[in-house]
Design a protein around this ligand. Structure first.
Ligand code: NAD
Length: 347
């Protein structure tokens, strides 16, 4: 038999929620691997209405805002989908129990570039604290006044990191080693060796971190236990004038409580790369759309809220790693039924 005839057909993968940068990196990774996959690039997010677009594909490839609940999974399964490759680390949008029940294998990219997010997070802290965003607009309009641009030094400040996984630890390291800030952290599963090496000190209770931090940065995943970890019950425990940063997941913050905290002045400034209902707006040009989420609109209206559209991961290095791991995950899943980055229902 010729080599041509023994080669198996490429796996058909429906890639939801794609932008050009996703397509370019996935195509490059697939080329480098000898084109084991055949992609259908779909701009729409996966949701109950768009699931049908997966017909004829053995796998789907998803990102953070695709909806993959049990109803969508049932439909995907009936269409013949057997593999889900997440192009991200977080998996709060996939019902893993339902996937396991249906025999659909789910894999993710656990670590594509924690540096990308950590570096962005530190940039966000600097932006919020030193008001780069306001200065940029002002100077472009020929206004060189410094009034209203007063910041404070990070040196010597207490910065609290909630969640010391890959990203939280790196963020803490930059702030401790680079700025000589007093970096403290809370994590129910501490990594004491790395924290010590990076100059990060654990506190025993979340309340200890909330009560002593000048800046609080969120780096835990969104799970039942962390949903609304920032709420009406935790904000009053923070120092008055605290700066809050969230580059993790929007659902960690109860936005109504955040708005109350901003209105009362308890929270001095906020940097957000994520929002709890971001999927209606993010990763799309919504500039000629009326924002019909009044909470989101209110949040955007604060002079002391700086927001980006889930951009922290977006570096060349991260996209390359995401694409390489995604291609490998899918190839391994089909060949062996498992892969190094498989997600189990209990995860
Ligand atoms: P990770 O799994 O390495 O670390 C998460 C850490 O959170 C773990 O150490 C865990 O023990 C800890 N944790 C769990 N429950 C906690 C709790 N109740 N309180 C405090 N800590 C708790 O994850 P990571 O790679 O560091 O990523 C962190 C999060 O960043 C991801 O879950 C994802 O949501 C987010 N993220 C955002 C972007 C972006 O572009 N904005 C990109 C990548 C990841």
């Amino acid at each position: 038999m010729s080599e041509e005839t023994t080669q198996s057909a490429p796996m058909k993968i429906a890639v939801f929620g794609t932008r050009k940068y996703d397509q370019d990196s996935l195509k490059a990774a697939n080329d480098a691997a000898g084109n084991p996959l055949e992609f259908t690039f779909i701009e729409a997010l996966l949701d109950p209405m768009t699931t049908i677009l997966a017909a004829g594909h053995i796998g789907v490839c998803l990102f953070v805002n695709d909806i993959c609940d049990s109803a969508v999974l049932e439909h995907l399964h009936s269409l013949g989908v057997r593999f889900i490759a997440l192009r991200c680390a977080g998996f709060n949008n996939v019902d893993l129990k339902a996937a396991a029940r249906l025999g659909i294998k789910v894999a993710r990219v656990p670590s594509y570039s924690p540096e990308a997010v950590a570096e962005f997070c530190v940039g966000m802290i600097m932006t919020v604290v030193r008001k780069y965003h306001k200065a940029y607009n002002r100077v472009r309009e020929g206004n060189f006044l410094l009034d209203g641009l007063l910041g404070f030094n990070l040196h010597g400040k207490t910065i609290g990191i909630i969640g010391t996984g890959k990203i939280g630890l790196l963020t803490g390291r930059i702030l401790s080693r680079g700025f000589n800030a007093n970096v403290i952290a809370y994590d129910p599963y501490p990594n004491r060796a790395a924290a010590e090496e990076y100059g990060i000190e654990y506190v025993e209770k979340l309340d200890d971190l909330l009560g002593t931090s000048d800046i609080i940065s969120l780096h835990c995943p969104l799970m039942e236990s962390t949903s609304y970890i920032i709420s009406d019950s935790t904000i009053p425990k923070m120092k008055k004038g605290v700066v809050l940063i969230n580059t993790s997941r929007g659902g960690l913050i109860d936005t109504y409580a955040l708005i109350r905290g901003l209105k009362s002045g308890h929270i001095a400034a906020v940097g957000l790369d994520v929002y709890e209902r971001e999927s209606s707006y993010f990763f799309a040009d919504s500039s000629s759309k009326v924002i019909d989420d009044d909470t989101f609109a209110r949040l955007l209206s604060f002079y002391n809220v700086f927001m980006t559209g889930h951009q922290a991961f977006l570096t060349t290095e991260a996209l390359t790693n995401i694409a390489d791991t995604t291609v490998l995950n899918l190839v391994d899943l089909q060949a062996t039924g498992t892969c190094a980055c498989i997600l189990e229902a209990s995860a």
